[in-house]
Ligand binder design. Structure first.
Ligand code: MN
Length: 212
């Protein structure tokens, strides 16, 4: 298998949440010795592993998505899904009739705000945005190699083993996306745990207030 041959001789650069900061990403890749060859960043020996959350918040979401997808398609990078890509799929996918919802992820003030920059920056490129949504389905939730593992938030061995058995791989499909809208379902637990993480109780008397 070429992928495994590569993994044995190759080093990896793990790159976290880009959140639309394409310029910063370009600077980072330059500093790490990646070069643009025929329009796509690559490294002579190394492979970038993007651990999700390319979209939302930043000023150059579209550019960041193009850069990363080009690298993944070229084989100079791999990627696992972040909660923001998953949220975008839910936000943009209509719920089935009779489910009592219009979209899988409710269009409320908080959800609208989280995805606002992404939708604004794709306002004049709706076809491209749909292509990226289709591409999100091809992004695995986790990478499980003999020499390393990657996941966006939390590696839960039991959930991952069961997911592989059920799905026959590391990717979700439309059916799984719909099922995951119910947080208490198996699909809901997989997406919540692997992509959003697990909860820890704070020590007595300690309080943290999020900006939401
Ligand atoms: Mn995240």
């Amino acid at each position: 298998m070429p992928g495994q041959e590569r993994s044995a001789s190759r080093g990896y650069d793990i790159i976290g949440d880009i959140h639309g900061c394409a310029h910063t990403l370009v600077r980072l890749l330059d500093q790490m010795g990646y070069r643009k060859v025929n329009g796509v960043y690559e490294h002579p020996r190394r492979q970038a592993i993007f651990i999700g959350d390319i979209i939302d918040r930043g000023p150059r979401i579209r550019e960041a998505l193009h850069l990363v997808r080009d690298m993944v398609e070229h084989g100079s990078a791999r990627m696992v899904m972040g909660n923001h890509e998953y949220n975008a799929l839910g936000y943009c996918t209509r719920a089935r009739p009779g489910s009592g919802k219009t979209f899988l992820r409710e269009h409320n003030a908080r959800h609208d705000r989280l995805i606002r920059e992404t939708l604004e920056q794709f306002e004049h490129y709706p076809h491209e945005w749909n292509e990226f949504l289709e591409w999100f389905y091809t992004i695995p939730l986790f990478i499980d190699e003999p020499d390393f593992r990657a996941v966006h938030a939390c590696w839960d061995s039991d959930l991952i083993t069961k997911f592989k058995e059920n799905q026959g791989g590391a990717c979700i499909d439309d059916e799984f996306l719909h099922a995951s809208a119910a947080i208490e379902s198996f699909a809901g637990q997989v997406m919540d745990t692997l992509l959003r993480g697990t909860d820890l109780r704070l020590p007595p008397g300690v309080k943290i207030t999020g900006k939401d």
